[in-house]
Write a protein that binds this ligand. Structure first.
Ligand code: UDP
Length: 312
């Protein structure tokens, strides 16, 4: 039986990856320090004999007894308000956490996939973003702690690949949504949905003309699985290229929830990217991957999840 370690395993993406690998017949070890993860996301896996939970901070030395076939490094605070609240932890998990995972992979002869991000493109001057674009990042701005940690993570991962011949994979993840997102993580989708369901004003930042492209979590997980199983060591964008402005998105959420809430405008956070949309040519060519779910299709289970959370 193949064994996989998933750091951030109790988080939004990490827990969906635990499910996928468990269902594929792997022995899954989820590691999480629970600063943003939630045991509820993996409660259904806890009784399984092929599932283990290790309560541990991956920024500290990691010990896993026995063999390990794959490592997926997904631990990190992942929303702007979280990395503003925890800037040092965010930098540590992207740098020291990645170093520990790479060292462990080398020791075990395991293949490793690291979770990178569209944030490596910063406030992009190239649109849509191809993997060859080097980005436009402010290293000392408030988002720099996340962006630069992830850029360092990519550099370190490539160094282990070229210097040690480690089998490495790098996925650049664009805005993803689905069940198990935290209601109060500050990201636009949980914010708008919970505001709409509670009849509160929707908090749009700036003039709402900035764009994002939202990917349903099952599509992301499929892309990650295919990338891990491929032999491709360079970064690959996984994201749905369906682009929308924040204003349009707010209207969409109001319609979807049948809410009579109003949209209220607040100042744009520093260095907030004006536009974001993945060029997915590489994912198509290398992985034969394309998103299957439209935003509307993904919204159905997502909205159900949020309704349950809010109504108890
Ligand atoms: N945003 C917003 N209202 C909110 C939260 C976010 O208008 O309550 C905007 C934010 O300024 C950004 C976009 O929505 O332009 C996406 O923000 P999010 O925090 O979800 O992720 P990002 O893509 O910026 O990392």
């Amino acid at each position: 039986m193949k064994k996989v370690l998933i750091t951030g395993g109790a988080g939004f993406l990490g827990s969906h990856l635990c499910d996928r690998f468990f269902n594929e017949g792997y022995h899954v070890i989820a590691m999480d320090n629970l600063i943003t993860g939630d045991m509820e996301n993996i409660a259904h896996l806890m009784p399984e004999k092929n599932f283990e939970f290790h309560h541990h901070d991956v920024s500290k030395f990691v010990h896993i007894p026995g063999k390990l076939d794959y490592i997926l490094h997904f631990a990190s605070p992942a929303s702007p308000i979280e990395y503003l609240k925890m800037p040092i932890q965010t930098m540590k998990v992207g740098s020291l956490g990645t170093l520990n995972c790479l060292g462990l992979a080398k020791d075990k002869g395991a293949r490793i996939l690291v979770a990178s991000t569209s944030e490596v493109y910063g406030d992009p001057l190239v649109h849509p973003q191809t993997e060859d674009y080097w980005g436009n990042v402010n290293p000392v701005g408030p988002r720099g702690v996340y962006d630069e940690a992830k850029r360092f993570q990519e550099a370190l991962t490539m160094a282990y690949h070229t210097f040690h011949g480690l089998e490495t994979r790098i996925v650049r993840i664009f805005n993803t949504f689905g069940p198990r997102m935290r209601l109060n993580d500050g990201r636009v989708l949980p914010a708008f949905i919970s505001q709409a369901l509670r009849g509160e004003d929707l908090t749009a930042f700036g003039d709402g003309s900035q764009t994002r492209s939202f990917t349903y979590v099952d599509d992301l997980v499929e892309g990650i699985y295919r990338l891990l199983m491929s032999d491709y060591p360079h970064p690959v964008n996984i994201g749905n290229p369906q682009e929308i402005t924040i204003n349009e998105f707010a209207e969409e959420i109001l319609k979807l929830t049948g809410s009579t809430s109003k949209i209220k405008y607040f100042p744009l956070p520093t260095d907030d990217p004006k536009q974001r949309k993945p060029d997915t040519t590489r994912a198509k060519e290398i992985l034969n991957w394309e998103p299957k779910y439209s935003r509307a299709e993904g919204m159905k289970p997502t909205l159900e999840y949020f309704k349950k959370k809010i109504n108890g």
